[in-house]
Write a protein that binds this ligand. Structure first.
Ligand SMILES: [Zn+2]
Length: 695
């Protein structure tokens, strides 16, 4: 439904599981009822620094996360429809309730509506009409399943696969095909063929042999079988089908790179012409496939994982046509399940949210519908959000803060002792090349070709999905469009894109309690300043540093400077590798390396910018804290969270971010400014004899 560029560094939180963050498992209270189900007509105010969210009984020098967030953790049990609960998740839910109010009013056909308002209003109305959805049952799937059934030979695969991929807009059927910037020439968009085809969150779920993973695969197998029964297969046939699906997906998983391997862009760049691609998979007619996708003949591809396509060729050759059809039927049902009647929705929820992440209750329909409008028609909805919740003044203020933090990065680069002047010059050029995008896109997306009917929810989902697939594929062979955004304006998140060399802060993340215009500078610089610094630092983390000022994958480092960088980055990797997340699972710090470096660098830059901003001002204590203390508490309080243990396991395997506790404490131990602000002794847990420092 929504496809991110291969290398996008989506930050602070993990978009796919936006309500999915982590905290100490034993601190997570049991389920509480879902938040009050009513739309909001205005966003509620929560202060950017809240003394009540703290735990005064904790020692700031022993566990600063508990000290800053203990009160919040206690007062905010995880709602029954969430895998976790956090300051970010809570704000995202507030934004959703606000959007609900907007959509409910735009859904009223008797009022005067613009074309764009009518589009999202009618889409929402169709989605909310549960009775109609219920009545249609599995009927909307029939045409898609028939397409699979009608395959007479494997030669039909390119035509059928392209139709299914376009309609689902996902890379979950055998492989992923999309448009992205050429790693070597960021001004050009080319076709990308990548690994995909899995029903579990990552390839490691198929290959790990610990008891939990083995049990989870059994539960997944049962879920797949259940879905076949919902399609009308007999129980015995459904069991056999599930075995087939698991066998095929295991083969795809084994041929896929790990998430850590995927963090190195060099592992993902293999440029091939049409002949080279055809030679990789001789049995698959790429010309036919591209023709049916509607992109015509192409001669430039990045095959991100060539070994995966070799395995795919082998699989297509050895598996029977009947078994390939079985695999496709599962993925058709799986992709469509959230938009069908209750048996499909519930089965999908039961495995993916309850079993996998420990969520007790299905989110209410309004929430699922708001999220869907945001995902499918996000800029039309985002435009409404921006009009009501984001001012030009706020945009100006955050732009100013961003420029100050960029100035701090320049000062930092100029002062670095370990970098040679050649590399420094290139680093400065890259810094000066970064584009700042704040709030919302300058040009709104035109959805006028999406067909929306109030009585056809499933048809609307397909229409919006096709629109998005064709919109992305149409970019192939054209110069890159620099004003586009990869996340929608109401999203509570931010990102750095190494190929665009831009940082992006949507309106949704520039709201209290994250950015609070009513607060003093200290917590705002700690919180939002820290986030801006975090995104900026991504341009220079272990992955981002491999791209130059123009977004090209090009090594601009001298060998000695690269060695100095790696030495400093390793300090962070070693530090985070010691942190336990849940049970026996520790942080996979090669996966979280870039985020951990960005957290540390980000707060160092925010500190420098804040000190420059307030130079000469007399310190004004507030709520009993010095400005320095408020800076750090403000930082910590973005990260307060509670997470279910099952969700913690998913995150440890798949999320490049460390849990909130370590995103706070792991940074504090590396900042001597923190120890000074709270008078911590060097033998206390929140201080370190030899702190890590990359940037
Ligand atoms: Zn990040």
């Amino acid at each position: 439904m929504y496809r991110m560029p291969v290398l996008l560094l989506v930050c602070t939180v993990f978009v796919a599981a936006i309500e999915a963050r982590a905290a100490a498992a034993d601190a997570a209270p049991a389920a509480s009822p879902a938040p009050e189900a009513s739309p909001l007509s205005a966003l509620p105010y929560t202060p950017g620094l809240d003394p009540h969210a703290m735990d005064p009984s904790a020692d700031a020098c022993v566990d600063f996360y508990q000290y800053s967030c203990g009160g919040w953790i206690k007062a905010n049990p995880i709602p029954a429809d969430q895998a976790s609960w956090s300051v970010y998740g809570k704000l995202q839910t507030d934004n959703q309730r606000f959007l609900w109010g907007i959509l409910a009013s735009l859904a009223d056909p008797s009022r005067q509506r613009s074309a764009s308002e009518r589009l999202i209003g009618d889409y929402f109305a169709a989605c909310m009409d549960e009775t109609a959805v219920q009545k249609r049952g599995a009927a909307p799937l029939r045409g898609w399943l028939a397409l699979v059934e009608r395959m007479h030979s494997k030669r039909d695969l390119p035509a059928v696969l392209s139709a299914l991929q376009l309609a689902s807009g996902s890379g979950e059927m055998f492989f992923d095909f999309s448009a992205d910037q050429d790693f070597a020439d960021a001004t050009q968009v080319i076709a990308f063929a990548g690994a995909g085809g899995l029903g579990l969150p990552d390839r490691d779920y198929y290959t790990r042999d610990d008891a939990k993973s083995v049990a989870l695969r059994q539960q997944y197998r049962a879920h797949v079988a259940h879905m076949f029964e919902l399609l009308g297969d007999t129980p015995a046939q459904s069991q056999r089908n599930a075995d087939t699906v698991l066998r095929i997906e295991l083969a795809l998983a084994q041929a896929s790179l790990t998430l850590v391997e995927r963090r190195d862009p060099q592992n993902l760049y293999h440029k091939l012409d049409a002949r080279g691609l055809q030679a990789l998979t001789p049995g698959f007619d790429w010309n036919a496939y591209l023709h049916h996708l509607g992109v015509g003949a192409l001669d430039s591809f990045n095959v991100t994982e060539p070994k995966f396509f070799q395995a795919l060729e082998q699989l297509w050759r050895t598996e029977s046509l009947a078994d390939l059809k079985t695999y496709l039927r599962w993925h058709v049902a799986h992709q469509a399940a959230p938009y069908l009647s209750a048996p499909f929705v519930n089965a999908n929820f039961e495995f993916y949210s309850h079993t996998l992440r420990g969520v007790p209750e299905l989110p209410p329909r309004w929430k699922r519908c708001v999220r869907l409008v945001d995902r499918q028609l996000g800029e039309a909805l985002g435009r409404e959000f921006v009009q009501r919740a984001f001012s030009a003044e706020l945009k100006q203020k955050t732009l100013h803060m961003t420029q100050q933090i960029e100035q701090a990065m320049q000062d930092d680069l100029e002062q670095l002792t370990w970098m040679s002047s050649d590399t420094r010059q290139q680093a400065l050029e890259k810094l000066h090349g970064i584009a700042n995008k704040i709030g919302y896109p300058d040009k709104w997306r035109d959805y006028s070709t999406v067909r929306v009917r109030r009585d056809d929810f499933f048809g609307n989902v397909i229409s919006a999905s096709l629109f998005e697939s064709h919109r992305l594929l149409a970019k192939i062979g054209k110069p890159v469009e620099r004003d586009e955004w990869q996340i929608t304006p109401p999203t509570v998140d931010a990102y750095y894109d190494p190929q665009m060399n831009d940082i992006n802060f949507p309106a949704g993340v520039l709201q209290p309690p994250l950015y609070d215009p009513a607060m003093d500078d200290a917590p705002n610089y700690g919180n939002t300043g820290g986030t801006i610094g975090h995104e900026l630092t991504h341009a220079f983390d272990d992955e981002g540093r491999q791209f130059d000022a123009h977004g090209n994958l090009r090594d601009w480092w001298t060998e000695a400077d690269a060695a100095e960088f790696n030495h400093r980055a390793q300090c962070v990797v070693d530090q985070y590798a010691e942190y336990t997340v849940v049970d026996e699972l520790k942080i996979n710090s090669k996966l979280t390396e870039g985020e951990d470096i960005a957290d540390l660098g980000g707060l160092v830059l925010a500190w420098m910018a804040w000190k420059a901003q307030t130079a000469g001002a007399a310190p004004q204590p507030r709520d009993g804290f010095t400005p320095e203390q408020r800076f750090f508490i403000g930082y910590a309080q973005w990260a307060c969270e509670n997470t279910r243990p099952d969700q913690l396991r998913v995150q440890t395997l798949t999320d490049p971010h460390s849990p909130g506790k370590y995103r706070v404490n792991g940074v504090m131990v590396n900042m001597p400014q923190f120890a000074r602000a709270f008078s911590c002794r060097v033998d206390q847990p929140m201080a370190k004899q030899t702190p890590c420092r990359v940037w």
